[in-house]
Design a binder for this molecule. Structure first.
Ligand SMILES: [Zn+2]
Length: 287
């Protein structure tokens, strides 16, 4: 458990494979706990809540980095008996409101009782660059726009007397195959340029999936996405979707690119979305 400045400690709850290895971060300040991202499934959300209880300080705020249920699903349970603000950038908040019901319709039947019974939405919308001061910690929200999801952001935490660190959501996955099914890989590549320039040599980045890293993680994500797009461009050969055979070939190529990495099912999941994006059918910006 790293100590990140005077009176600031960081705890991490990480789901298992069924919960996509998603990280929820609990920033313990002198006065309370700030949770960044809230997990996907009820069993993990209950474990996250137990972790919060074990810290023994009140929940002061929740931040959601982007518009995917493995990050916003737990807000409902965490805030149901606590009157705490739920922060997201304006773009992320709007996208969550737009997609939460569709995600429930799509994935609720797949996960059954593990899908939370209710959805809680961000209650405070932050502008790009807006700061929130909590328990000796300054948190600055940065709006990114579409990238890994329909709306992404990242959060820089600056403790009094300590070095800044950042929660980068899913702008880069660390050691797993990424989710690409929202079809914004062109915008995602552009976002990686932006965040690499903005975070410079920051040495402590906390991703949504995988271990903490430095900004070299963004170069790794860029290489993966470029390779993924190039393979799909070749395999789709102008079509808006890949054949099953082509998808199997894509999976073989990407598992060789990132040997041993989990969440391999995401490789095929996003293939058609990227094929459509590359043809210009989707609303994702190509480049
Ligand atoms: Zn995620």
């Amino acid at each position: 458990m790293p100590v990140l400045g005077s009176g600031i400690s960081l705890h991490t709850y990480t789901a298992g494979e069924t919960g996509l290895f998603v990280n929820s971060y609990l920033i313990e300040t002198e006065s309370g706990v700030v949770v960044v991202d809230t997990n996907l499934l009820n069993s993990d959300i209950a474990a996250l809540k137990a972790r919060l209880t074990a810290v023994g300080k009140p929940l002061e705020a929740v931040f959601v980095t982007h518009a995917h249920p493995d990050h916003f699903n737990g807000v409902f349970e965490l805030t149901r008996d606590a009157d705490v603000p739920v922060y997201a950038t304006a773009g992320v908040a709007k996208a969550i409101e737009e997609i939460a019901d569709a995600k429930r319709a799509q994935w609720g039947p797949v996960y059954g009782e593990q899908w939370p019974a209710g959805t809680a939405y961000p209650t405070v919308e932050l502008a790009d660059g807006q700061t929130v001061d909590l328990g000796g910690l300054t948190l600055t929200a940065h709006e990114i726009g579409p990238a890994e999801s329909h709306a992404d952001s990242y959060l820089v935490a600056t403790p009094g007397g300590g070095q800044p660190f950042a929660f980068i959501g899913d702008l880069a996955f660390h050691g797993t195959h990424p989710y690409t099914n929202d079809g914004h890989s062109g915008a995602w590549l552009a976002a990686l340029d932006v965040i690499t320039a903005e975070l410079g040599d920051m040495s402590r980045l906390y991703p949504g999936h995988g271990e903490p890293a430095d900004t070299r993680l963004f170069a790794d994500q860029r290489r993966y996405l470029l390779h993924y797009r190039e393979l799909i461009r070749r395999l789709a050969d102008g079509a808006p979707a890949l054949t099953d055979l082509a998808k199997a070939e894509l999976e073989r190529a990407l598992t060789a690119f990132l040997p041993g990495a989990p969440l391999t099912w995401m490789i095929q999941l996003g293939a058609d979305a990227i094929a459509a994006e590359l043809r210009g059918d989707a609303d994702g910006r190509d480049r």
